[in-house]
Write a protein that binds this ligand. Structure first.
Ligand code: ACM
Ligand code: ZN
Length: 717
């Protein structure tokens, strides 16, 4: 239920404000009914006047509704703050009120005279985290369904003060509540350890944006980060590695070292630190969801406790042995200690990306499968997840797992976090399980957010703010029976390539702002250009406060060539793929045999359906038939290089021309030294001159770096 005023602009008058004040003292349900009536009555007479004077208050996330009146309210005046909140919620509210920048004193009873600032819990509001703010002639009235709602009202007021520092506010009604109950961010502290102070800074920002879940990725191969008293080597050994650079470590020996030894890089949180962090987040209505990865992503656990490896002692193993009871003994003790620290209803137990190969060779795993009647290693993983769920449920908690926990059968009460796409979340929801959407195409903000050649090394292609913002977790096409189980949305920021705090903040913000707004605001109120201008304001404010967000004002945006189709002589001509170079795709076929002459240039990503990817040894070898002999002055094609996923520049490009299609004369031979680099690059390989041809052969040779060649268009002029 919301006050659905946002399409109607009305003006206030003494009458309506007095009536509101009276009803605030009585019943809010009545008040809501009355307000609807009043709006209906006066809207028709005053729309134009109100629109002319309406003051733009633009919080992020954008609120559900508001309805401005015209008479100004002096937001700088001294207010009397009264609240009926009690206990720690009262303390939290007062701390948040202090941050609004409003001028007030706290009083024990509603102000009889002077300007009031009343913040009341109103059980008649029906949505969790809902709040209303009335800026009235004589004061501010906040009513909220719960303490979190009151806290969020303070965040909105803070943004109002920031955006109107002169304090001249129109009288306004705001009705606001979240679209989704789960609005989260994953922070990866395994790949690079982050301080408690750093996490608190991000929590502060999340709270201002009305986000309410911090998923802490506490364990992974690169380091275990939580003190566990019953398994001390998790922190005295598995939390430390050398070298510090993740890539060197991962592609090198993957050494773990003793705490305090020379060059040891890493760290962990003591239980006291984690409790402090949990309390800090709770004071901002943020729940920390701890993630303990199992059975995969557990290399560090096996390094510290090698007895949990499979029996055939594989050289590298990242998966716990599910055949051994000791694995369950350990994970249950770990969960005991996790539960003792984290009050979260949900404990995330990972479940992603387990290679199941070792289990096929392990005597213990095979015995387990036989005894339990498990027919596949998928079912073996599912056995572990089921068993851990049962244990965690017995402690009164619930599990969340990555969408791979669907494989081999979903545990009965599990919530699925959908990352490989949306399919896992949808399948879980269709089966009546809760799901949280975090599909990598929109929510994996470890990808570069601007032109990749200008950004630090990163995973993934290109994920600008606009694309993140375009995500809708429950589009209108989704069946309501599925959508009701989609509990929210989360941005995931993996840290393999993000060694420093400054870099981490730059990746996190402003894209997490988009996730906050997706999670909070109604889909039909969301519009990118409006959001972007508000996001720029927040970025500027964050920078002034010492944060290091990506400076949106300098955003380059998508690859200029991709913005509009290119006109050239070969457009729509016939292209022959000279065997064996035909082997583009099928994943990267783009438009198939017409892709290189369809006028569509690629974006910054090779997976955009415009770039054609060639995996074969022969590289790209195509002949274009111009249909008749023509005079040409240039032939050129662009290539990209993304070394991480194995996309390289050609080592040589040959371009030929022919009149008859039999005898080809070389136009140019270009040799190119392929130099792997951390940052993606784009290059044009072409010929310029003058020639009479009917046929053009373009041959780009693959280098010794086996991988893909990607090109998008052979432009002939
Ligand atoms: C994941 O990105 N492996 C959850
Ligand atoms: Zn095993």
């Amino acid at each position: 239920m919301v006050l659905n005023f946002h399409t109607t602009r009305v003006i206030g008058c003494l009458l309506i404000n007095d009536i509101i004040a009276i009803f605030v003292e009585n019943s809010t349900i009545m008040r809501r009914v009355y307000l609807y009536l009043m709006v209906a009555l006066i809207a028709t007479i005053s729309v134009a006047q109100a629109q002319a004077q309406a003051q733009e208050i633009t919080p992020v996330p954008y609120q559900v509704s508001k309805s401005p009146y015209t008479a100004p309210f002096d937001a700088t005046q001294r207010l009397k703050l009264y609240t009926n909140l009690e206990g720690e919620d009262r303390e939290r509210l007062l701390a948040a009120a202090e941050q609004t920048g409003l001028n007030y004193e706290v009083v024990d009873n509603r102000a009889e005279d002077g300007a009031y600032f009343n913040i009341v819990i109103n059980r008649n509001l029906q949505d969790a985290e809902e709040y209303h703010i009335n800026i009235e002639e004589r004061g501010i009235v906040v009513d909220a369904s719960d303490a979190a709602g009151a806290f969020y009202a303070m965040q909105t007021l803070r943004q109002m003060v920031e955006s109107k520092p002169d304090g001249v506010w129109d009288q306004v009604l705001i009705g606001d509540h979240p679209r989704f109950e789960y609005r989260g961010v994953l922070i990866d502290v395994s790949r690079h350890f982050r301080s408690v102070e750093f996490l608190k800074r991000q929590i502060d920002m999340m709270a201002r944006l009305k986000m309410n879940r911090l998923h802490l990725h506490l364990t992974d191969a690169a380091g275990w980060r939580m003190e566990v008293e019953s398994y001390p080597r998790l922190t005295s050994f598995a939390a430390w590695r050398t070298p510090a650079t993740w890539k060197e470590w991962w592609y090198g020996e993957r050494n773990y070292v003793e705490e305090g030894s020379e060059g040891a890089y890493g760290g962990y949180y003591t239980k006291a630190e984690l409790r402090e962090l949990v309390d800090y987040a709770a004071d901002r209505y943020i729940t920390i969801i701890p993630e303990i990865e199992m059975p995969g992503h557990s290399d560090e656990v096996l390094a510290a406790y090698p007895e949990l490896r499979c029996t055939h002692l594989p050289e590298h193993q990242g998966e716990l042995c599910i055949g051994k009871e000791a694995t369950f003994e350990m994970m249950e003790r770990v969960i005991d200690e996790v539960i003792e620290i984290f009050p979260s209803e949900y404990i995330h137990i990972g479940g992603d990306e387990a290679s199941k190969e070792n289990w096929k060779l392990c005597e213990d795993c095979q015995r387990r499968m036989q005894e339990e009647g498990l027919e596949s290693v998928d079912e073996l993983q599912s056995y572990m997840i089921h068993r851990m769920e049962e244990y965690i449920n017995s402690k009164g908690r619930q599990i969340i797992g990555w969408d791979e926990i669907l494989q081999g059968g979903l545990a009965p009460n599990a919530t699925v976090m959908s990352w490989r796409g949306e399919e896992g979340g949808i399948a879980a929801a269709a089966a009546g399980h809760d799901a949280i959407m975090s599909p990598h195409a929109y929510c994996y903000i470890d990808a570069p957010q601007d032109a990749p050649p200008t950004q630090p090394e990163a995973i993934g292609g290109y994920l600008p703010l606009e694309k993140v913002y375009s995500y809708d977790p429950t589009p209108a096409t989704m069946d309501e029976s599925v959508a009701r189980y989609i509990k929210g949305v989360q941005a995931n920021l993996w840290a393999e390539f993000i060694p420093t705090d400054e870099h981490y903040e730059m990746m996190l913000w402003p894209r997490a702002i988009a996730i906050a707004e997706i999670g909070w605001s109604p889909q039909n109120e969301r519009e990118y250009s409006h959001f972007r201008s508000r996001a720029v304001d927040i970025v500027e404010r964050m920078m002034a406060e010492g944060y290091n967000p990506f400076d949106l004002r300098n955003e380059i945006g998508n690859r200029p060539e991709s913005m509009r189709p290119v006109e050239h002589l070969a457009l729509g001509k016939s292209v022959t793929y000279n065997l064996p170079s035909r082997y583009y795709g099928p994943q990267y076929a783009a438009a198939g045999d017409v892709a290189l002459v369809d006028g569509l240039r690629g974006t910054w990503t090779y997976s955009d359906g415009r770039w054609q990817g060639f995996l074969g040894r022969a590289g790209v070898d195509v002949t274009i038939d111009m249909g008749e002999v023509v005079t040409i002055h240039s032939v050129a094609a662009d290539f990209m290089q993304y070394c991480g996923p194995g996309v390289f520049m050609p080592c040589k490009v040959e371009i030929f021309g022919s009149i008859d299609g039999e005898n080809f004369e070389p136009l140019i031979v270009i040799d190119h030294e392929v130099v792997p680099a951390d940052v993606p690059s784009f290059m044009t390989f072409g010929w310029e001159g003058e020639a009479q041809v009917r046929y053009i052969r373009y041959h780009a040779h693959r280098s010794n770096y086996s991988g893909f060649l990607f090109t998008d268009e052979i432009v002939v002029r």
